[in-house]
Design a protein around this ligand. Sequence first.
Ligand SMILES: [Ca+2]
Length: 299
Amino acid sequence: MQKNADLNPHATRRSEKDMPMNTSPKSGSRPIGRLAALLVGAAVTLVPLAAQAQRKSPLADAPAIRKRFELRASRLEVGVGLGSTINQDFYHTILFNGKLGFHITDWLSISVYGGFAVSNLETTFQSNVVNSLSPSLPDGHPKTEPTQQDAQRSMQKIKWIAAPQVELTPFAGKYSLFGKLFANYDFYGFVGPGFINVAPNETIPACQSSGSGNGTQQYYCGTTGTKIGFNFGVGLHSYFNHWMALNVELRDILAKLNPSGRDTNADLHANADDLTWTHTFSVAANLVFYLPPTPGISP
Ligand SMILES: [Ca+2]
């Protein structure tokens, strides 16, 4: 039995040699050896990863762009230019613009826009309407249809637009034109109250207040004075250098107007009840200057 017992281990060892993956220096320490190998393997793999994770990038808290020209922050913007309404029924109003603003930060500013009418050009729509009307009213003609002259008398012209506004500039950067010309730009949106001053084409009695006009029938009246509404739109700057830029704004003034100056609600009286919320879109192009002329530089 003893001999057999001595022989049997030899037989076992031989069989183990046939399976090299199971061999180990001491069969008794096999699980510990495997654990150690696993730990070494894990350490080799994970320690550098952990070190990598713990190592703080030297750029972690750095701004995206260093030494950037802050073209807007803490600067005044003053500009002049020309503009035009773009959806008026009866007149295209050509405007002389002025703009004054202060940029509190690079992305937030307050400004005021003023547009003063230098000309009111008849639209094609006006010609079409007027040409469809009679020069005079023959007997029996419905009095609600104006003569050509009456129709034009009450048509509303814009005198001026004033628009204080808060501007938010979410996009700013640099663009290249054909890879040759590089310029800074920004895009912004603005909102604020809107003031629009209008007057009829000819001097006619002003529209009476709401509810009035129960006496004689009146088919037109003069929409006159300053109407208060809303001002909103979008704009852009394209910088020529650090102190001068082209500024373009697309603006909507939403206010209660009556472009025809006529009885639009068909109660046979033209008065303030005929005013309706009306969009007055306009586009303005200004040459603007920044003060101080030298912009700040970011850290
Ligand atoms: Ca009416």
